[in-house]
Design a protein around this ligand. Structure first.
Ligand SMILES: CC(C)(COP(=O)(O)OP(=O)(O)OC[C@H]1O[C@@H](n2cnc3c(N)ncnc32)[C@H](O)[C@@H]1OP(=O)(O)O)[C@@H](O)C(=O)NCCC(=O)NCCS
Length: 187
């Protein structure tokens, strides 16, 4: 499996992975399966991905390929870039004040999506290991992620991130009664 920075030619492949993992496209799957295998909630569009690829300073966006086909991706934002597009994120997260201060004092990366095609177990760890290496080289010292807890608990994502050294630092209440766990890892 090869991991590289995403370019515009990769957008269709990334959207295909995303479609396979979005909750909205999996109405026939049980809650147990969804929680064990993981899922994505909010989609990204081709236009958004194009803009992200062009804004190299504001993002680290990696794709994993097997025989030249996209099998997974991880999409991250510099926290300042994320807050520009998600203006009230800062007020929405419920974290201890010292942790909040640390998030802003540090050069922090916000992890928006990590996903792989079904059948490519191992891809999540490979992608994030390369992400951490690159992020550290670019001066990042913290990575923050949100993982859905209610009404569906994303057990696959929680397990992956705890295994990779993330700890829960707080929660975020979202529209529709959703509750996200906020996780962070020092690099
Ligand atoms: C979450 C996701 C990216 C994990 O990728 P993956 O390739 O399955 O993860 P890996 O095989 O690299 O897992 C590394 C470790 O994480 C843990 N882990 C990963 N998935 C797990 C699961 N479903 N249950 C329990 N532990 C899990 C294990 O400790 C695993 O190590 P092991 O295989 O030696 O036991 C993948 O399940 C996925 O794409 N899910 C749908 C999208 C999604 O949920 N994205 C996250 C949104 S926040």
């Amino acid at each position: 499996m090869e991991v590289s920075l995403a370019d515009e030619e990769d957008i269709d492949g990334v959207l295909a992975v995303q479609k396979e993992q979005l909750l909205a496209y999996r109405p026939e799957e049980s809650k147990t399966i969804l929680e064990q295998e993981g899922f994505l909630i909010y989609p990204t569009s081709a236009e958004e991905l194009r803009a992200i690829i062009q804004d190299k300073k504001g993002h680290i966006f990696l794709v994993a390929k097997e025989k030249e086909a996209i099998v997974g991706y991880v999409l991250t934002y510099d926290l300042e870039t994320w807050i520009r597009s998600e203006a009230h994120w800062t007020e929405k997260i419920i974290v201890p004040e010292d942790v909040r201060a640390l998030l802003y004092r540090s050069k922090t990366l916000y992890l928006r999506h990590v996903a792989r095609r079904k059948g490519f177990k191992g891809c999540g760890k490979i992608l994030e290991t390369e992400l951490f290496r690159l992020a550290k080289a670019r001066g990042y010292s913290l990575v923050v992620a949100e993982i859905l807890e209610k009404p569906h608990h994303n057990i696959a994502s929680t397990s992956l991130h705890v295994k990779l050294g993330f700890s829960k630092i707080g929660i975020k209440n979202d529209k529709g009664g959703r509750v996200w766990g906020v996780y962070a890892k020092k690099l």
